[in-house]
Design a protein around this ligand. Structure first.
Ligand SMILES: [Zn+2]
Length: 195
């Protein structure tokens, strides 16, 4: 009996450790998404646009998009994501700006639009997203630039917050556990929305 208890206890522990590996961590805005999708790799492409204010982040923005696009190479999960930078703002569905500051402790934010009307992503789909990056905080904490950009692109595509992932509400927390780019969980979330 003792032995059985021990074994049961061991199994219990194994289960506890196993669960998080297979658990779905991603969350979405009630399943809402970009109305016209995020491209269809190999078939159609969407565009992002970087305002001159955010030119200093061009390389990091390109790095983040690269990781979102080439998910098969980086995370072993294929998604439809197909994005390229454009110089034509009207062609873009992800616009990126740098602003002086957003609010206390806020390194970045993403807003959702249908034409020029700001919409609540938890209530409806959107046509395009606008990302703002905080100059005051991101110049003070340059180590959070990459993770913040990757995170906000995740919002733009339709991912909501998820603890201890790229989509953790704390850029510092994600960074502290070595996350700067999307991983399997975020790509599963993308495929849930768009595939
Ligand atoms: Zn966020």
């Amino acid at each position: 009996m003792k032995r059985f208890v021990k074994k049961a206890l061991l199994l219990g522990i194994t289960f506890v450790f196993m669960t998080p590996i297979n658990a779905k961590a991603y969350t979405t805005f009630n399943g809402h998404k970009m109305s016209f999708g995020i491209g269809n790799y190999g078939n159609s492409t969407k565009f992002y646009w970087v305002d001159s204010s955010a030119n200093t982040y061009s390389t990091k923005i390109a790095n983040s998009f690269d990781r979102w696009i080439y998910s098969t190479k980086y995370a072993g999960i294929t998604t439809p994501i197909s994005y390229r930078k454009t110089t034509s703002k009207s062609a873009s569905t992800v616009d990126i700006y740098k602003v002086k500051s957003i609010g206390t402790g806020i390194v970045g934010q993403t807003m959702f639009f249908v034409n020029q009307t700001k919409v609540n992503p938890s209530v409806q789909n959107w046509y395009w997203s606008k990302i703002e990056l905080s100059e005051s905080l991101l110049s003070k904490f340059p180590q959070y630039q990459q993770v913040t950009i990757s995170h906000e692109i995740g919002h733009a595509f339709g991912l909501s917050h998820a603890a201890k992932q790229l989509m953790d509400p704390g850029a510092d927390l994600a960074y502290s556990i070595g996350i700067e780019f999307p991983r399997k969980d975020e790509f599963n979330g993308i495929n849930y929305l768009y595939k």
